[in-house]
Write a protein that binds this ligand. Sequence first.
Ligand code: SF4
Length: 228
Amino acid sequence: MSKEQPNLFFDTDSKNEKNNSEMNETIAYTPFLPSIKSHEAFLDINSYDELKKIANKCENCGLRKGCKQVVFGDGNNKSDIMFIGEGPGQDEDNQGIPFVGPAGQLLDRILNAAEINREAVYITNVVKCRPPSNRLPNPEEVKVCRGYLEAQIRIINPKIIVCLGSKATQVVINSKARITKMRGQWILRNGIKIIATFHPAALLRNEEYKRPTWEDFKKIRDEYKSLG
Ligand code: SF4
């Protein structure tokens, strides 16, 4: 054996060790959202501000061309509770803040009635750019954008996630989930409690949804308060 060989082996081993530990890190991460792959989840980003900076420059799908700005999220990015809607509307696009239009104002009133301070919670959407004419984001747009949501959940690490409406419910809970069947039930995943309820915009269109939504929010309030 030549003198060079031990060094050669040492280098190879340390490189293998590094590769193995990188692989283990990748393998060790279990994505929170169904169907998402680890490589979509911005695993090299651990800072909320850094992730927001990247999202604000994003042009990965066609929605960015039709909107004024990326609406990343709002509120306390260390909150124990995260609300997830479907996508920004016109008011949100204008102001760069989610849930500020009529549906957002209704959400504020519901939160107020549930004695949950809006400033204490974190609010975001499944897609960060406004879909034209306030349509729902399509599956391709959701697929391209959901890595940001995955990373927001990983970095903020809430104890409770509230899905507002069918699109958020399908992206977070199950692609086949129906809001009318799923709402009001707690699901535990990776130590996080998830619940679905109607989107406030649906309440503005349909008065009948108000009572069941309030029933759901009483559960959310009790669970949130139990966190202390
Ligand atoms: S919707 Fe999401 S993926 Fe599409 S451009 Fe905006 S931030 Fe990027």
